[in-house]
Design a protein around this ligand. Structure first.
Ligand code: DPP
Ligand code: ZN
Length: 848
């Protein structure tokens, strides 16, 4: 396979301004008739090249005349076509056997589609690229009883009955759109209906389709949608533009959800919730993903991407917008902490591995591989930096100009930055480097206090180490938010760093304690040697909650790393003081306390050092956990009683207390006398958040209650697919000598299926990503198991396989024995035939 390059972009040779699609649905032989208006763009005599995969070509007509055309594996080439013509193509497709879940496929008994990025070519021959935009009409015909709902984008403009028990519906979408936003759903659902009146007074019908019997779990998603619609009007002045907004929840889905125009298709995991079956985290994620897809209506759909290298244009921006929304809906500091954890655990890891790329990749072999934490989350961090540099008003002016200038167009990341620049009259030339330069920058901090002049000087030096894809790096433009803490309080500043080294001076009466990167103002690693007393001061007395948490995490991380070198080391005084100080105020600030008391994850710890030894780092983390459990045994026991006394609601104060309780439980479960408390906690829980907190605590402590509670849980929830994913994940991530045997067994469980991405991610994904001891087992058995599984999975669903291989890619920080073991497995995979383009791209890069 060959890589495509951003530098090779050419505008399309033809345009297709109108498309009529006619679907006669059938499990294994759906007939698709596509009628396009085609127009040559520019003066040239190039053939019309259409993308198409896994299609059975029936006929091609140009202006009503049959033409003979030979299809290849990749598509169709039509020579000598007129400058303007009607093209009619009939194909047959096989949705039932389409396990890739791309194009048209069956999820349970329903038909549904997923076209982003390049799935439309599995539906018909077309110019499958986002800069070809058409107005769509879609006719769907199917059996009336089995498929009472026939849905597509836009407005329903016709329907009818047929004599053979079939019926049809005709849809029209008035907006031009790229084919990746096309959607079709057919099935039998329960329907939750509501409506929203826009700021300008238009009534929008809201329809949420869920599997039969799940209506009681649809309310939170609907409420979230209405909040998102209102928020986008108030924050960005953006209103919804069609008369109807539909969301369908399906069980088989590769991603979280998809923003198809007027017809979102969602992984049911991000729709369905009730207190008994969903956790606070599920409620939070549903609200945020519903908002994310809704916000795409403007940032993605009305203004879309010119080509797929520009994916961050819509994803980075839309993630940033959903993050702003979540911060307004929930606890801003906690929301921010979660985002930073994703950056540090996953994005920094991607930067350190073979798949490193800039937020706007320059070369792509398989586009599905670039729906990455870099494009999404680092992309959002880049937008956040713009927001910090321009301020709320300046950023909004830039957004207004961006939308006004590009509505209805397919544009580039440069167009976005240009709009920000023009609206604010500032020069963003240097800032644009964030789009082309990959890797995690390092910022080194040096300070000096001049007593006489009462000046605090700080020198910032930035440097981005070379990455696998790019040797030479340049200085970047980044905001560095700082806090100076002294006896009288604290002052905050945002420093604009543009050079490789820069010195700043600030007036300060008395030598302050400095804390850098407030709110994680730039996606960088900071090198700042601070003693533990200063970190402690920031953690306990800082203004900015994020900085307090960050200082606490640094203290904890350092004590864990120290215990790697000296296994008998006892907890440093500063860590004890941190915990007692935090526990003292835990009841008043439960959310922040919970995050400050939680140990940094293994993955975060691993990203802090160029080389790690898996076993000693695991042991060190565990030993620190044990010592903290014992040192504060009394506090854990009393704090878990702070639980809310009302019945469950997804409501801020309650969520905070439950989270604090969950963290206390993880320590408590390490204590010898915890069994009765855990047992009772499990029995008396009336909601999934508390239940899962107990199970997680037992799992991470390898408590003997874990097995019996898991059996009880299975008894209770064995028939509930979404809840059983939590059960699979707990098994998959359990660090236990028998984890491989149990994994083998569970792949045969009645609720498990290799065809369902949620199951695979829950069981095998949890093992590969989070079962550190099992996955990195010294004999290589974990790597071998995952590789064997990938070989099977790749034939079923390459996109999911390609996600799952991530933990095998970044191995340069492991010991040489483990590196060799991983390389052996990757080599075996590279020789496996057939190997998807998705896996080939990653494996070949990793072995390079
Ligand atoms: N559905 C995915 C998302 O919204 C891809 N666009 O991020
Ligand atoms: Zn998105």
């Amino acid at each position: 396979p060959q890589a495509m390059k951003l530098a090779d972009y050419r505008q399309p040779d033809f345009l297709i301004p109108a498309l009529f699609l006619d679907f006669e649905l059938h499990d294994t032989q759906t007939r698709v008739t596509a009628v396009s208006k085609v127009r040559r763009q520019g003066t040239h005599s190039h053939p019309l090249i259409l993308d198409g995969e896994k299609l059975q070509l029936v006929s091609v007509e140009i202006n009503g005349e049959t033409v003979s055309a030979q299809a290849t594996e990749k598509g169709l080439c039509l020579e000598n076509v007129p400058d303007e013509f009607e093209l009619r193509i009939v194909t047959h497709i096989d949705p039932l056997n389409n396990t890739s879940l791309e194009g048209l496929y069956k999820s349970g008994s329903a038909f549904c589609t997923q076209c982003e990025a390049e799935g439309f070519r599995k539906i018909t021959y077309f110019m499958d690229r986002p800069d070809v935009m058409a107005k769509y009409q879609v006719k769907i015909t199917a059996d009336r009883q089995t498929y009472p709902y026939l849905l597509s984008n836009g407005n329903k403009i016709g329907q009818g009955e047929l004599p053979d028990g079939k019926h049809w519906v005709l849809w029209e979408d008035p907006f031009f759109k790229p084919c990746y936003l096309f959607a079709l759903v057919a099935g039998d659902f329960d329907l939750l209906e509501d409506s929203f009146t826009t700021a300008s007074g238009r009534q929008v019908a809201l329809e949420l389709f869920v599997d039969k019997g799940n209506l009681g779990r649809a309310g939170h998603a609907m409420a979230s949608l209405k909040k998102a619609m209102l928020w986008d009007e108030q924050r960005y002045g953006l209103e919804y533009d069609l008369d109807i907004y539909m969301i369908v929840a399906v069980d088989f889905f590769n991603m979280g959800a998809m923003e198809n125009k007027g017809l979102n298709v969602f992984n049911s995991k991000f729709v369905l919730a009730d207190p008994a079956s969903a956790t606070d985290e599920d409620y939070f994620n549903i609200e945020s993903v519903i908002a994310h897809e809704y916000f795409h209506n403007w940032t993605g759909n009305r203004v879309t991407c010119r080509d797929w290298f520009q994916l961050s244009l819509k994803e980075g921006l839309t993630v940033f917008r959903d993050q702003q929304f979540s911060a307004d809906m929930a606890d801003p500091a906690i929301v921010r902490i979660k985002q930073v954890q994703v950056m540090r655990e996953h994005q920094f890891a991607e930067d350190a591995g073979p798949m490193v790329h800039p937020i706007r990749p320059a070369e792509v072999m398989e586009m599905n591989n670039f729906y990455s934490v870099t494009v999404y989350d680092k992309g959002a961090e880049v937008i956040r930096m713009l927001h910090t540099l321009l301020g709320e008003t300046g950023f909004r002016q830039g957004m207004d100009l961006y939308i006004a200038r590009h509505d209805g167009q397919a544009v580039t990341c440069d167009d976005f930055v240009q709009a920000m620049q023009d609206a604010n009259g500032i020069d963003l030339t240097l800032f644009r480097r964030w789009y082309s330069q990959s890797g995690t920058p390092r910022v080194e901090v040096e300070t000096l206090y001049d007593d006489k002049r009462q000046q605090f000087a700080l020198t910032l030096r930035q440097h981005t180490p070379a990455t696998a894809d790019q040797q030479d790096k340049l200085p970047l433009h980044m905001p560095v938010a700082i806090e100076l803490i002294d006896e009288t309080g604290s002052q905050q500043h945002i420093l604009s760093l543009t050079e490789s080294s820069q010195r700043f001076e600030l007036a300060c009466k008395g030598e302050p304690t400095l804390a850098v990167l407030a709110g994680f103002s730039a996606p960088v690693k900071v090198d700042f040697a601070q003693d533990s007393q200063e970190l402690l001061k920031t953690a306990l007395y800082g203004q900015d909650d994020f900085l307090r948490w960050d200082a606490a995490q640094q203290l904890l991380s350092e004590s864990i790393h120290a215990s790697v070198t000296d296994a008998n080391s006892s907890l440093p005084e500063a860590v004890l003081a941190l915990f007692s100080g935090t526990l003292d105020v835990a009841a008043e600030k439960p959310a922040l306390a919970a995050e400050m008391l939680a140990l940094p994850s293994f993955e975060t710890l691993a990203q802090q050092k160029p080389h790690i030894h898996v076993d000693s780092l695991l042991a060190a983390r565990h030993s620190v956990k044990m010592q903290l459990a014992e040192a504060f045994a009394g506090q854990w026991k009393s704090l878990i009683k702070v639980a809310p006394d009302q019945s469950y609601a997804y409501q801020r104060e309650q969520v905070q207390l439950r989270r604090l309780k969950a963290v206390c439980l993880t320590y408590l479960a390490e204590l010898p006398d915890s069994e009765a408390i855990l047992q009772q906690g499990y029995q008396h829980s009336d909601n999934m958040s508390d239940t899962l907190a107990i199970l997680r605590a037992c799992q991470s402590a390898n408590h003997r209650l874990f097995e019996p509670l898991m059996q009880d849980f299975e008894q209770r929830w064995g028939q509930d697919s979404l809840v059983m994913d939590k059960w699979f994940a707990l098994h998959g991530s359990r660090q236990h000598p028998n984890s491989l045997a149990s994994l083998q067994l569970l792949t045969g469980h009645a609720m498990y299926s290799i065809n369902n991405p949620n199951k695979v991610r829950a069981l095998i994904g949890s093992f590969a990503f989070y079962n550190t001891a099992g996955f990195h087992a010294a004999d290589g058995s974990g790597y071998r198991f995952v590789t064997d599984y990938l070989m099977k999975l790749d034939a079923v669903n390459p996109q999911v396989a390609s996600r799952l291989i991530t933990p095998m890619l970044g191995f340069s920080h492991l010991d040489s024995t483990r590196q060799d073991l991983i390389v052996q497995q990757l080599a075996r995979l590279l020789n496996h035939e057939p190997l998807s383009r998705d896996l080939y791209e990653k494996v070949s890069k990793a072995l390079h």
